[in-house]
Design a protein around this ligand. Structure first.
Ligand SMILES: *[C@@H]1O[C@H](CO)[C@@H](O)[C@H](O)[C@H]1NC(C)=O
Ligand SMILES: *[C@@H]1O[C@H](CO)[C@@H](O)[C@H](O)[C@H]1NC(C)=O
Ligand SMILES: *[C@@H]1O[C@H](CO)[C@@H](O)[C@H](O)[C@H]1NC(C)=O
Ligand SMILES: *[C@@H]1O[C@H](CO)[C@@H](O)[C@H](O)[C@H]1NC(C)=O
Ligand SMILES: *[C@@H]1O[C@H](CO)[C@@H](O)[C@H](O)[C@H]1NC(C)=O
Length: 828
């Protein structure tokens, strides 16, 4: 139950290691009477969905959480929780952390496993789940997605994009001083938010002026964190302030102001902008540097929905499937289900556990799970050797003095160790440039020093920050961190260096450097370097290049198929849903940067992770919602999926990174979902596939080995209309993890166009299955519906999934794509 950001574990591999060290490790096997947080769901309607409610908080309707009736109902629920606990558990064995009452009736308590066991059989208790902890999953992307010319112009330019929409961000808080979140009094918002009512909770580094109109509300949820660990007041601020940077990064990617200059270490990298720069931000801080709990995250969801957010963005959550329940019936997924029932579009990171199959941590069809890809921008670094060879590398650093034209003496750190110095550390440590006191200052001053990736980096104790400190202390002209054959290649992401430096992660390149260096050095009999004639220069690594194949699915991005349990049994839902940029994303940061020393003092960070991809989709959803205010979450989700692209900038199928460095394979829907999000087309999809709360119930009722009582307990609904198969859910994809013989299913599309359009149905057949769609063409009027009957016949058994798609091609240029992922298991 430790917490980490959903920024990629590769974002900067050194940083990721640091991060792990900072996180408290709490053993998952609790001794019997060790306390933990337990989440409890109760029978009885929550405030938003109570039967007697004249205007229930269903999709499209509104509820006044401050009405007397709402408040009285909330009070009754809290009292019933307290009464249950007092009458069931021993005094002093527990403390209640939260009562959940808005969209789900339940509570969280901190208690022993034996007391939790007693609760399981108490009257009115539907579910008791141990808190698994919640993890964090880490300016150019608007242009890459075609926003300024496309969607933004349709919505009156960036001065208007996202106007009137509130995005709720559940994360590590926000840095309210950041220009991405500044309120511009010369450009006031055009609409007041009638539906939204938040609050501005204050505390350390966060006063009431932080809620400035751009940030419309800010709250924090710390009771869960405080129950499991003593918080450290110098990092775990009890306020919405973001000491990590992750929450600010996510919020600014979704809705940061446009045209904010990105400046780091004095270098101007360009302008940054959120996807929906005029959307408002409601902050829900629920992850603390010391710990993150599901109890705090779901409390934030419960509040955000009743506050009235339009969109909820979750780059946080549990990062493993649950151990003892099916994936859809965790407390976290149940809260997302009821958020969706309340009409809120929920976006979730797919996870950073790729590239192996079945690694997604977004499971449910009611939340959109986002995979991450690169864009066509890169920051190539270059090392120029004295003989003119140019070696590629990585590092956001300025050039060595002379702008790469002046050459400097090249010295291997190992050769510069003080001759008679008695240094207590192993040579492995020393050659990594971690100890300035070990190196001979006269040998390294004004030189470019080669630091070798060795045991300390391999076990996570050495850092690039320390190399930079060493370089600064001893006056290196620059440094090179080279890959070492003993440890293999490493994954290097551009991180800002305040001194000239470059990482050379590939062994072939490292060998060129080593061969050149050895040719140029004169060693005495004992192997000690006596004369160095090797020279080198480091070029500018901060200049963006826009070229090359893109997008490419990032290695770390979690892959499908979706699964029903922790044994990773596949389930008939397509995950991830959609692909968005999540590799090297520039966005706002918090200079305190608790976990990431190399970014301390910075206002921007270039990060990677499905955490970074998720807010791209949230911001685009805000644009769609602004353009089509009456659309339900499933209509927004459908429009994003059916208009996505499975082709890259060469017109070829999008490729995905494999486990090996440089290995690429053609992606499948288990890598990209429907494909790369295309905001311009998503505004006008032609047709949508709708599904609502009752459809999700029918879906749950149709799952194998799930009985109606469980569905009733988890959702309060009866299985009176169960689907024949879970794949009958009316989503814009068809996933069947084991198809025997034939299957017949129906999908229904609804026209959201303003004109009558005729569609032709065609199928890209998945190998091993014959797919037939009837009718083969149809004409649909605005707001009209059309049923599609789909027949699937296995004609050849395969031992893995086959992929194809159904394409509906409209006479007015709308193209509606429905990916197919089917495993043909037997012919009859
Ligand atoms: C929004 O509310 C403020 C304060 O009540 C008011 O001054 C302003 O005119 C309103 N703006 C619009 C566009 O209704
Ligand atoms: C609290 O955090 C600060 C800053 O990271 C650290 O120096 C200090 O040791 C921490 N205190 C405790 C009690 O962990
Ligand atoms: C990591 O490697 C270094 C260098 O070999 C060694 O001195 C150190 O003890 C190791 N640390 C851990 C935690 O394994
Ligand atoms: C780094 O160390 C390895 C193992 O000792 C060695 O093979 C390699 O040549 C060294 N790299 C350089 C650039 O000297
Ligand atoms: C089951 O039937 C009841 C009563 O007709 C209805 O209110 C409820 O919505 C139905 N449930 C589903 C999942 O359709």
């Amino acid at each position: 139950m430790s917490i980490s950001l959903v920024s990629s574990q590769y974002a900067s591999f050194l940083v990721a290691v640091l991060f792990l060290l900072c996180s408290p490790i709490i053993k998952s096997s609790f001794a019997d009477d060790q306390r933990a947080i337990y989440l409890v769901l109760m029978e009885g309607e929550p405030v938003a969905f109570r039967q007697s409610n004249a205007t229930p908080f269903e999709e499209g309707k509104t509820l006044d959480p401050n009405s007397l009736a709402s408040k009285a109902h909330a009070k009754r629920l809290v009292e019933s929780h307290d009464l249950l606990l007092q009458s069931t558990l021993k005094i002093g064995t527990y403390n209640k952390i939260y009562s959940y009452k808005h969209i789900v009736n339940g509570f969280a308590i901190h208690t022993t496993s034996s007391q939790a066991k007693i609760l399981e059989s108490a009257r009115g208790v539907k579910l008791v789940e141990k808190d698994r902890g919640a993890k964090l999953m880490t300016t150019y992307s608007p242009q890459y997605l075609g926003l300024p010319a496309g969607v933004w112009s349709q919505e009156g330019g960036y001065r208007n994009a996202g106007e009137g929409i509130v995005i709720g961000v559940i994360d590590t808080g926000i840095n309210p001083m950041h220009p991405s979140f500044a309120y511009d009094p010369t450009n006031p918002f055009m609409s007041n938010l009638s539906r939204f009512s938040g609050a501005c909770e204050t505390g350390p580094r966060f006063d009431v002026s932080a809620c400035n109109g751009k940030i419309v509300s800010a709250r924090y949820f710390s009771a869960g964190a405080q129950a499991v660990t003593p918080l450290n007041s110098s990092i775990d601020f009890l306020s919405p302030f973001d000491a990590v940077g992750h929450g600010s990064h996510v919020a600014s990617t979704a809705a940061g102001n446009s045209m904010v200059p990105v400046i780091m270490n004095g270098f101007f990298y360009g302008f940054a902008s959120g996807m929906a720069p005029r959307a408002r931000i409601a902050v829900y801080k629920a992850i603390f540097p010391s710990v993150g709990t599901v109890a705090d995250v779901v409390s934030a969801i419960d509040q955000a929905i009743i506050d009235g957010v339009d969109i909820l963005t979750l780059s946080v959550g549990p990062d493993e499937p649950p151990e003892d329940t099916i994936t859809f019936f965790t407390v976290f997924d149940i809260f997302m289900l009821f958020a969706r029932r309340a009409g809120v579009f929920v976006v979730q990171a797919a996870g950073n556990k790729g590239p192996s199959p079945s690694t997604v941590v977004s499971f449910s069809p009611w939340a959109v799970g986002v995979a991450a890809c690169s864009t066509d921008r890169s920051f190539p670094g270059t090392l120029i050797l004295g003989d003119g060879q140019r070696i590629p590398g990585v590092g956001l650093s300025g050039p060595t003095m002379g702008n790469g034209l002046l050459q400097y003496k090249l010295v291997l750190a190992k050769d510069a160790v003080k001759e008679n110095g008695i240094f207590p550390k192993t040579p492995e440590y020393v050659e990594e440039c971690q100890y300035p006191e070990a190196l001979d200052p006269t040998a390294v001053q004004g030189s470019i020093v080669i630091c070798n990736f060795s045991a300390g980096f391999a076990n996570g104790t050495s850092t690039v920050t320390t190399i930079i400190d060493t370089a600064r202390a001893l006056g290196f002209a620059g440094f090179i961190l080279v890959a070492n054959p003993t440890y293999g290649e490493f994954i290097a992401e551009p991180i800002p260096f305040s001194v000239p430096g470059i990482m050379v992660p590939r062994l072939a390149d490292a060998k060129i450097i080593s061969d050149y260096y050895e040719q140029q050095i004169y060693r005495d009999q004992s192997g000690i370097g006596r004369r160095y004639s090797g020279k080198a220069a480091i070029g500018d690594g901060r200049l963006a290049h826009f070229q090359g194949q893109a997008p490419i699915v990032s290695r770390f991005s979690s892959r499908g198929p979706d699964m029903i349990d922790s044994n990773r049994n596949p389930v008939d839902v397509l995950k991830p849903d959609i692909l968005a940029p999540g590799h090297l994303v520039w966005a706002a940061w918090s200079p305190i940067s608790i976990f990431d020393q190399i970014l301390t003092g910075q206002n921007y960070a270039l990060l990677s992770g499905t955490s970074m991809a998720t807010p791209h989709v949230s911001g685009i959803a805000a644009l769609i919602k602004q353009f089509n205010p009456l659309w339900t979450p499933s209509m927004i989700a459908s429009s994003i999926s059916t208009t996505a692209s499975k082709f890259d900038n060469r017109g070829e199928p999008i490729m995905a990174e494999g486990a090996e460095i440089d290995s690429l394979y053609p992606s499948t829907p288990f890598d990209i979902g429907a494909g790369l999000i295309n905001p311009t087309r998503a505004l006008d999809p032609g047709l949508v596939f709708e599904s609502g709360f009752e459809d999700y119930i029918n879906f749950l009722c149709s799952l194998p080995n799930v009985d109606p009582q469980t569905v009733k307990a988890m959702t309060g609904k009866l299985c009176n209309n169960s689907f024949a198969y879970p794949s009958d859910l009316n989503v814009p994809s068809i996933t069947i993890s084991s198809l025997h013989g034939s299957r017949f299913m129906k999908r229904t599309v609804k026209s959201v166009a303003t004109k009558t359009e005729t569609y032709l149905c065609s199928v890209l057949q998945p190998p091993g299955i014959a797919v037939n769609v009837t009718p083969s063409w149809f004409t649909v009027n605005p707001q009209g519906m059309q049923d599609l009957y789909i027949k699937l016949d296995v004609n050849e058994i395969k031992d893995d999934f086959s992929f194809g798609e159904i394409v509906l091609t409209g006479s007015l240029d709308n193209i509606v794509r429905v990916p197919l992922a089917i495993l043909p298991a037997s012919v009859s």
